[in-house]
Design a protein around this ligand. Structure first.
Ligand SMILES: NC(=O)c1ccc[n+]([C@@H]2O[C@H](COP(=O)([O-])OP(=O)(O)OC[C@H]3O[C@@H](n4cnc5c(N)ncnc54)[C@H](OP(=O)(O)O)[C@@H]3O)[C@@H](O)[C@H]2O)c1
Length: 362
């Protein structure tokens, strides 16, 4: 019989399973899964054993089996090297029980969308991705399929066009057979202050970042209703909840998307469809480089000075890496987080946006 329990990694419980052999109440075999990197120590969590300095040989992988030879008691601690979780580059599976599921990720050819696609595929999910440019889209699909052995379906679509959104969902559904997860991610919105933003800037901002999400939802939700289950993760942005006068166009589009996420959860709960929004602060992607360049131009700063503004507004002193956002999205997309519904989560290192505006003012 399989038993479950938990060990501890740097104070956090880590699930383990599989205790087919327990002798005299002591576990002689267990399997561990965790995603934080290779532990440098494995030892029993009882004072006598620790005093005796009985530690085990470090395991080499993120999924490993301990046996009587290296597990001295029935509670185990894994000690990770400091900062190991940050060194992880999304190459360790979290084992979220997602094998065999299917997902659509918009804007999956680059940046955060590509990282989300890779993490989902590593968790065993088949994914359809879309973007406007065929070549990078197909390259990404082939690369992730090769790395993960999952089906990654590239479908060219410009989500500012209603017919492309419809075609993306139709083709993806036909290729994958069902749609368990929708990750709305493709979006961009011009930064800048009110007097710099043109009518076209505002229209463009809402066209993709808000209406692109609406269009995909319109076609995906009826499919999820028929399935009697579905999960939607809307990748939005912290500008919608942390106001900044330099980012009013993204702020407006984000607030609209956040409102949409919360509103739809009331309507579709009866169909067993749940919704969550993820609000990143600055994340290191090519788009971020473009935003820093625009900031440097508008504020008459060097690129290096402009690049320092965001980290200075974040207590953790750096911007996010794409894998950090992707890992959160994968967890939220899994059944483990299905009940996290009609709400949103910031992943921005605790950024203080007002401070960023003040630094721009100086
Ligand atoms: N990076 C950040 O700092 C940050 C912060 C907060 C929120 N976000 C949000 O996170 C999401 C991803 O951002 P990112 O930085 O990863 O962007 P990115 O690196 O620019 O990638 C955007 C992806 O979307 C695709 N795309 C762009 N326009 C599209 C369109 N009209 N139709 C379909 N696909 C389109 C792009 O491919 P093609 O160009 O070939 O179409 C690409 O695959 C966006 O919604 C963004 O607002 C990002």
């Amino acid at each position: 019989m399989t038993t479950t329990g938990s060990g501890i990694i740097l104070g956090d419980p880590v699930p383990w399973f599989g205790v087919p052999e327990a002798i005299n109440g002591k576990i002689v075999r267990a399997e561990f899964h965790y995603s934080g990197g290779r532990p440098d120590r494995l030892f029993a969590d009882d004072a006598a054993t620790r005093r005796a300095g009985r530690t085990a040989k470090p395991p080499r992988r993120s999924h490993f089996r301990v046996t009587a030879a290296n597990i001295p008691d029935n509670i185990v601690r894994l000690r990770l090297p400091r900062g190991a979780a940050h060194q992880q580059k999304g190459d360790a599976a979290m084992d979220l029980g997602m094998t065999g599921k299917t997902a659509l990720v918009t804007g999956g050819s680059a940046g955060i969308g590509k990282a989300i696609t890779r993490v989902l595929a590593r968790e065993g999910v088949d994914v359809a991705i879309c973007a406007r440019r065929k070549e990078p889209l197909e390259q990404t699909a082939a690369e992730i399929a090769r790395q993960t052995n999952r089906k990654i379906v590239p479908i060219v679509a410009d989500l500012t066009k209603p017919e492309d959104a419809e075609n993306f969902v139709k083709q993806a559904h036909a290729a994958l057979g069902r749609i368990d997860i929708l990750v709305n991610n493709a979006g961009s919105s011009p930064g800048g202050v009110l007097d710099h933003l043109s009518e076209a800037d505002w229209a463009q901002s809402l066209q993709l970042k808000f209406m692109g999400y609406v269009r995909c939802l319109k076609h995906v939700l009826p499919i999820m209703q028929k399935q009697k289950k579905g999960r939607v993760v809307n990748l939005i942005g912290n500008d919608g909840v942390k106001y900044s006068y330099w980012e009013i166009a993204p702020g407006a589009a984000n607030a609209a998307g956040q409102n949409l996420t919360k509103s739809l959860c009331s309507q579709y709960g009866k169909d067993n469809i749940s919704f969550v929004a993820v609000n990143p602060g600055p994340v290191r992607t090519e788009r971020w480089t473009g935003l820093v360049k625009a900031m440097a131009r508008d504020m008459k700063l060097s690129y290096e000075e402009a690049d320092q503004l965001a980290p200075k507004s974040i207590p953790l002193g750096r911007i996010a890496e794409v894998d950090e956002v992707a890992n959160l999205v994968a967890y939220l997309a899994s059944d483990l987080a299905f009940f996290v519904n009609g709400t949103m989560i910031e992943i921005d290192g605790g950024q203080d946006k007002v401070l960023m505006d003040r630094m721009r003012d100086r």
